[in-house]
Design a protein around this ligand. Structure first.
Ligand SMILES: C[S@@+](CC[C@H](N)C(=O)[O-])C[C@H]1O[C@@H](n2cnc3c(N)ncnc32)[C@H](O)[C@@H]1O
Length: 280
């Protein structure tokens, strides 16, 4: 679901969010994600790289910059990435092109990658697979377009069993249930990769956020703004306002009783990756 004139709808309107989307990276640079992607490029000596659901091109530019830093300090051209990004949102792609005109930008769907077979050394997606209409088909398409020996990496969260880890799940009605439907469990993504013939399929946490926001500090939390995360962006204005009221009532009740109230924000992002055997 996403917002249209304040109503809950099915999809987040990334065209509308695009101009302010990158604010999240000023609030938290997510260095674990960047480090994991750079390490993959380096370890696999990946040259032709595709991000599916690339959004504003933040991670692709990070890989390009890491490559430039490295080629200046080590073997010339040892880390020269040809970076391609595919996304469904014209608004997000406009931002990506403006930030790095050298990126190869393609508008399209994750379930129909418009590239020839065996085109890429590395295909990855970050915080995007839960938006894809057919995530299983995306994994299959990615495997078709990987070169033998190439790597597929999916970075994202898994809300299953995490209801008490994020205050948003408690105070905004229906958000947790919607996330359970949207996000494939990490184990399922691993199974999909294995069934496509990828080997060395692993899952490791690359990013961890852990804080207890005490009392009114929660009201300043950047991830409480409506457009800061898809969980809230999907809500109608009324449902969002009702969640805020529940938080404020809980704070007022705790203050009246003279006790402390803490709002948990604990989240892990994992990278699930696998490799296409050389012989394929
Ligand atoms: C949360 S953003 C992540 C953007 C970027 N990967 C990042 O981490 O900053 C999700 C992106 O997935 C894109 N998206 C949603 N559904 C898609 C689909 N079926 N095919 C390709 N991209 C899609 C959206 O347009 C949006 O740019």
């Amino acid at each position: 679901m996403g917002r249209a004139g304040g109503r809950a709808v099915e999809r987040v309107d990334y065209d509308r969010i695009a101009p302010t989307y990158d604010a999240r990276y000023t609030e938290n640079e997510r260095s674990g994600t960047g480090a994991a992607l750079c390490a993959l490029v380096e370890r696999r000596a990946a040259r032709q790289v595709l991000e599916v659901g690339c959004g504003t091109g933040h991670w692709l530019q990070e890989l390009q910059r890491a490559g430039t830093r490295r080629t200046k300090t080590s073997t010339p051209r040892s880390y020269d990435v040809l970076a391609y990004g595919l996304d469904l949102s014209r608004g997000m792609l406009r931002q990506a092109h403006a930030r790095a005109p050298s990126l190869g930008i393609v508008r399209g769907r994750a379930s129909e990658l418009s590239f020839a077979g065996a085109s890429f050394d590395l295909i990855y997606c970050v915080n995007a697979i839960h938006h894809f209409g057919q995530p299983r088909v995306f994994v299959s398409e990615a495997c078709r377009t990987l070169r033998p020996g190439g790597t597929l990496a999916v970075i994202g969260m898994d809300p299953h069993g995490q209801a008490d880890k994020w205050y948003v799940y408690r105070y905004f009605e229906g958000v947790y249930e919607t996330d359970l439907r949207r996000f494939p469990p990490w184990g399922t993504v691993m199974d999909w990769m294995s069934k496509e013939g990828l080997v060395d399929v692993t899952c490791r946490v690359v990013e961890q956020f852990e804080s207890d926001l005490v009392g009114r500090t929660v009201l300043e939390h950047p991830f409480l703004r409506k457009d800061s995360c898809s969980q809230l962006a999907l809500l109608s204005d009324e449902a969002y306002a009702a969640g805020l009221r529940r938080i404020e009532a809980a704070i007022a009740e705790a203050e009246a009783a003279g006790r402390e109230i803490a709002f948990p924000y604990e989240m892990s992002l994992a990278m699930i990756s696998g490799q296409l055997p050389e012989g394929r």
